[in-house]
Design a protein around this ligand. Structure first.
Ligand SMILES: [Zn+2]
Ligand SMILES: [Zn+2]
Length: 269
């Protein structure tokens, strides 16, 4: 038994604690009336990503152990076959969105809701157009990974990265293409996530969170907390469009996730 497990009255359920910057009323509202769905919005497995070490079994077990109630599969190469997703849903009783992560000319993008046969897109603008055609959702992921530096996917070509003010960073065209910005990514360092959060707040863009897990124990470090109990991909797309979700991170107790408050910093406690 892990530390804290005994204190959680219902292990596996969601407990959002009130902190100084997280209003008590909102905490109770989440906790008492709407349990919602806690979705790790960025996960890679061996089914569709060469660089992942996570089998479906380990994903299901780890998700349950940390208290997630949903997963968005964001494979690099192939989406999961529909029957495999269904089997996984039933076996682990988790909400699952079969999504995808794309490498584009403007960084990495997770799309939710594009048909399986849409392939071979390399330009972010074309991906945006496809999302518009199909009513899919576009999340720009880890926009400041490796920033500042030559490996930064969005700003690597700029020699003056270090001195670019936040207003100028926020003007990168990918942000106007995006429906939401991933502000907590488990593969990023704190400074990189902070910049993403600053840009999202400046632009008033919705914010998502995901572990970007490639190893089992990374699953669930960050997750997006939806107000509603999600039942289908359509359901989640509706909630995404309505903006009824917040970025969150694992709390101290088993099954507990804390929502990042409006003005709270990314810094770990
Ligand atoms: Zn990525
Ligand atoms: Zn990824």
């Amino acid at each position: 038994m892990r530390l804290g497990e005994a204190q959680a009255p219902h292990p596996g359920r969601i407990y959002l604690m009130a902190t100084a910057s997280f209003p008590l009323t909102l905490a109770l509202w989440y906790r008492g009336l709407h349990m919602g769905t806690v979705v790790d919005m960025h996960v890679h497995t061996i089914v569709g990503s060469m660089d992942s070490d996570i089998s479906p079994k380990r994903l299901g077990e780890q998700a349950q152990a940390v208290g997630l109630t949903g997963i968005a599969l964001t494979e690099h190469l192939h989406q999961w076959p529909a029957d495999e997703v269904e089997h996984f849903r039933q076996e682990y009783r988790l909400f699952v969105f079969n999504a995808r992560e794309w490498s584009t000319d403007m960084g990495h993008v997770v799309t939710l809701g594009l048909p399986r046969d849409v392939r071979g897109i390399h330009r972010a603008r074309d991906l945006r157009a496809a999302c518009d055609d199909y009513g899919a959702y576009f999340v720009i992921c880890h926009p400041f990974r490796y920033f500042p530096g030559p490996s930064s996917l969005l700003f690597g070509h700029r020699r003056d990265q270090q001195s670019m003010p936040i207003e100028e960073l926020a003007e990168h065209p990918v942000f106007s293409l995006a429906d939401a910005i991933e502000v907590l990514n488990g593969g990023c360092i704190e400074r990189e996530n902070t910049l993403a959060l600053d840009v999202a707040r400046r632009l008033g863009k919705p914010q998502t969170a995901g572990s970007d897990a490639h190893m089992p124990l990374e699953v669930g470090r960050y997750a997006t907390v939806f107000e509603k109990d999600l039942e289908s991909e359509e359901d989640m797309l509706g909630e995404l469009r309505a903006g009824r979700f917040r970025p969150g991170r694992r709390g101290m107790l088993a099954g507990q996730y804390e929502v990042l408050a409006e003005t709270e910093a990314v810094a770990e406690k």
